[in-house]
Design a protein. Structure first.
Length: 127
């Protein structure tokens, strides 16, 4: 997991561009799903940019990689309950034997960001 606090639209966009690059360059082009999932990643990037155009308020971005769809749903539920303005979107990491999710979470409240990291650590350690 990595995280950072970004206080301008340019910083937010730069971090999403890097997440897109991480997911794209880490994926295997030999995978049969590569092309369609990379198109999904482009759409995810576009959605982030549209969001930043509407609201570039300072935010913490938390990124993690997982194959655990239950963890992703639990994280989304936690955000809905504890910080409703938060956003979570996934990029695809594509491999011939398995696909992973590169998850980016945008949290606007600093306290909620800290609590999300605690939730995440507790959930991962418990697994």
């Amino acid at each position: 997991m990595k995280d950072g606090f970004y206080n301008t639209k340019n910083w937010l966009e730069a971090r999403i561009s890097l997440a897109f690059a991480d997911a794209t360059t880490s994926s295997d082009p030999a995978s049969p799903n590569y092309q369609s999932l990379m198109i999904d990643n482009i759409e995810t990037t576009r959605q982030w940019y549209v969001e930043f155009l509407k609201d570039a308020s300072p935010s913490t971005l938390i990124e993690f990689v997982t194959d655990d769809h239950t963890l992703v749903q639990e994280a989304l539920d936690w955000l809905d309950e504890n910080d409703p303005p938060s956003t979570m979107r996934t990029f695809n990491l594509v491999y011939p034997t398995a696909d992973l999710l590169y998850v980016v979470v945008r949290i606007r409240k600093k306290k909620a960001a800290t609590l999300f990291k605690v939730f995440f650590a507790d959930r991962v350690i418990a697994a």
